[in-house]
Design a protein around this ligand. Sequence first.
Ligand code: EPU
Length: 433
Amino acid sequence: MEMEKFVINGGKPLTGEIEISGMKNSAVAIIFGTILTEDKCIIENLPDISDVADSLAILASIGAKIKRVGKTTYEIDTRKIKPGSSPYELVRKMRASYYILGAELGRFGKAHAAYPGGCDFGTRPIDQHIKGFEALGSKIDVESAYIDVDATEHGLTGANIYMDCVTVGATINIMLAACRAKGITVIDNAAREPHVVDLANFLNASGANITGAGTDVIKIKGVEKLHGVTYAVIPDMIEAGTFMVAAAATGGNCLITNIIPKHVESISAKLIEMGVDVEEFDDSIRISRNGPLNKISVKTLPYPGFPTDMNPQMCVLMCLANGVSTLSEGVWDNRFRYVEELKLMGAKIKVDGKLAVIEGGTVFSAAPVKAVDLRAGAAMIIAGLVANGRTEIENIYHIQRGYENIAEKLRGAGADIKLVTVIDDSDTMPIAN
Ligand code: EPU
């Protein structure tokens, strides 16, 4: 069987420029958001990653017409889609596929889809999504692996919805469902992530009436119809943060371009605390490091806190610091599955529930390791870039879900990283990427 791996010969500082692509978590929300427009939309700056390809494939499978009209631009025509027909296998491949529920519900008053998949961080409940759909007037039926949402009897009506926890997914799903509901919906304790704002901007550009996105109270005044629009997805703050940490970890000097510096402020702040030089420009940021790294404490939190999706990458940097650092996970129950892999490369980390205590001064040694999830995979790449010798990373399909051309981008900054296709265990054949 064929399998892809990354092979890294580490020990080289990253230098030069790295350009950031469109944001995964915005792109997937906006792609499903086009369902509400019943029209042709042109979506620009879509990253070339498998989560985007899978989202587009789900739309195509329910009857959307999709055309690639530029390198990162797609025309999506959702006029003739058939609700409730998304294939189980595609929906199970990713988390964001659950946006099909909010979008179909908003347009047709009903939705039907499989339970979503995605990275394994312990339990990933969807009770807040369901609570929101119910508050808008839907009946929910969960039969084995499928969710059925139906508001056809009385239609969707705006409601006040208080989120019991800050959740990106439920905030987005309720926004999608409420856009065309009768009356006003208020989401209280809403997620404030930049991708929530990006989706609201896309929906408003299509004729929706959403205010407060980016704060913890979002108000959605239902409108009858949305129209087609041309819209560009914002840059990916987690991709940017990943390269910022990679530059710092390798003792490099990199300009990360096409970013919104405000979105990476919590990451910049921690890098500065560790002794990294961070220089901010209008739409780029320079990261450089010559000296040692200070130990720090990090707690991941919903935006504008330090992002949970930077937990594994930051952990690698903390391994390199002087002294003992602590990393406390404030979003997911089980985000430290990657620690066992990092230990294979020499990391000294103790995990107790949602807290990791990280002994600094690690000299990473190259080893064969696995990407256990998307951001964990990014962390293994950073450790591989720092380690002397040849690191091989398996299960890179996790990484390909969310990072566009990561090997090519890193090579552009001087790294020695290749994507190779492995046949059996003995026959390794490099292919272009
Ligand atoms: N939660 C509930 N009930 C719900 C929904 C969420 O209890 O109904 C809890 C979760 O268990 C978790 C917390 O709320 O403890 C936050 O979950 P959230 O809904 O915000 O996460 P998500 O929407 O499933 C998105 C990103 C993740 C990112 C989280 C947190 C997408 C497609 N995924 O997931 O991104 O970790 O927000 O910021 O937007 C990644 O990109 O690598 C990734 C995993």
